[in-house]
Design a protein around this ligand. Sequence first.
Ligand code: PLP
Length: 633
Amino acid sequence: MNGSSSEPVHLQYGVEHWGAGYFEVSAKGQLVVRPKRGDARYADVKEIVDHLVNEKKLATPIILRFPQLLEHQLDRLHDAYDAAIREFKYTGKHCPVFPMKVNPRREVVEELLRSGSASQFGLECGSKAELYAALSLEQPAGSLLICNGFKDQSFIDLALLGQQTGKQVIVVLEKIGELQTVLKRSQETGVKLWIGLRAKLYSKGSGKWASSGGDAAKFGLTTSEILECIRVLKAAGCTDRLKLLHFHIGSQITDVRRVRNAVKEAARVYAKIRQMKVDVQYLDIGGGMGVDYDGSKTTFEASINYTMSEFANTAVYQIRTVCDEEHVPHPNIVTESGRVMTAYHSILITSIRDEIETFPEQAPAVAIEEDDPQVLQELKEVFDKISTKNYREYYHDALEDKDELHTQFNLGLISLEDRAKGEVLFWEICAKAEKLSRAAKIPEDEFSSLGKILASKYLCNFSVFRSAPDSWAIAQLFPVMPIHRLNEPAGDRATLVDVTCDSDGCIQRFVDLKDVKDVLEMPAFHAGEPYYLAIFLVGAYQDVMGSNHNLFGQPNEAHVVIDADGRYHIPRIVAGSRIGEMLAFAKYDKAQVWENFRHLAEAQVTAGRITPEVAAGLVRQYEADLQRYTYLE
Ligand SMILES: *Cc1c(COP(=O)(O)O)cnc(C)c1O
């Protein structure tokens, strides 16, 4: 529909802005991934997908995980803090920990811990299950294990187990009541747990998660509660256990000024506590370092107005300045960055299966006869005469005619054939009007929403609810683009729908440098030809928050590594959910469903409708289908 432009479609997607040096378009017009920014090596994603589909017989959706991107993001984070520490002659260390809630997958956490041995990368957990998993993982010597979140006694007991098995555990108090339990259990077991306090700051973040900070925040201790904790610890003679002050003002902070304000405030609280002769050694500044999903480098919610280095410089400089003013030692800086660590490392590959037609584009031209109803005559006239000069007015006439058409049909005045003719005419008028409005280059809401309705709807083999749940839940933007044909012109404007039976299962907002697009410009889909799209930056939060709507489960998954010679390897393939697993999730018992099905088949035999041989065949097929992939194959 966008026939006017012949420039290559990849210029539409802005991958050079949000790709962070990992994703690019090759001269062949295919998506490539680099293991590091600035690295000469790259892998062609279309080749990888062809290999997985043709040789390994995997169907889409497929998650591609690139562990090297986890490693490189961690290096970049640590280097940014190291450089800031050197530049500002800061005397504390940087101690990164990984917040497990962002992506608790074992492969992800293990890869980060392995890559982080030099930086003493630790872990942060917010629930008993995360802590339980953390206790099983080998952490770099000297790294921290920080326990945030609301805690009961069994959570604290689990932390005690960790402490006794050599982990450097810090229990961060979210509620004042937790202190009593920690002290009681420490006394009963004789194990001395390190304690942290989570402060409720006055400063807020910015963007979608701003309400995680500020007076009304869900988490943290007020100033008087902090003072009360210190008083209780002093009375118990164990202020030496208080090692850390923590805050977290929310994820995806879009504006670096918010970071500056929050760090300043927290550093002041730290300094005042220090001056009370409490030897706090760590200032934990939480997560919040964002990802530039749309590449615009702005304070828009899908973006951030800073680089990793600017964030790190701001934090280090502010803490140093406050500490020097207050004459207290520089604390070690703990960071809990999760989103920016993991977002890049995984992309979801889906394929277009079909097009859902709003109106039949290839419908035969409608012939209107003289004795056809008046309303059809009118629509035909609008269709013939609509032009640059009158498209607004004529489009409104057509809307009225369409209402009239349906009214007359409901009254039994016109036939089903006439209704069909009228509808085809109406959509053809819409298409003309939308084109005329686009050519006029006067943006009008009415016609841009018409453009969205008229855009092709491509049915893609994935579930939004499983693989990009934030796109549905909080309207988060993720970059989407084809992985091949990127040198072709944009022949089509489309929105994407998934395979769930849920009308919310769709993607209708796309990243843009200046705006949010409501259609994706892309080369046209031709039925029967493989056409793959990627959804990017889904490595943070999406894996764990994805749900089993419609019992579509985990996609197939392949881990991809690029070797020293620039060849890709697939060390690991994890099969996606089979029907059987999803039934088990919904508490169906395999033996029971098979037996029930066998009864159905036997009843048909008893009733003489099928032979025992046919029944046996049906049963065999039903049993075998338990192993099928839940998505379209
Ligand atoms: C969620 C969370 C994080 C991670 O934040 P990101 O913005 O993903 O880096 C860190 N700390 C705490 C306490 C959290 O709740």
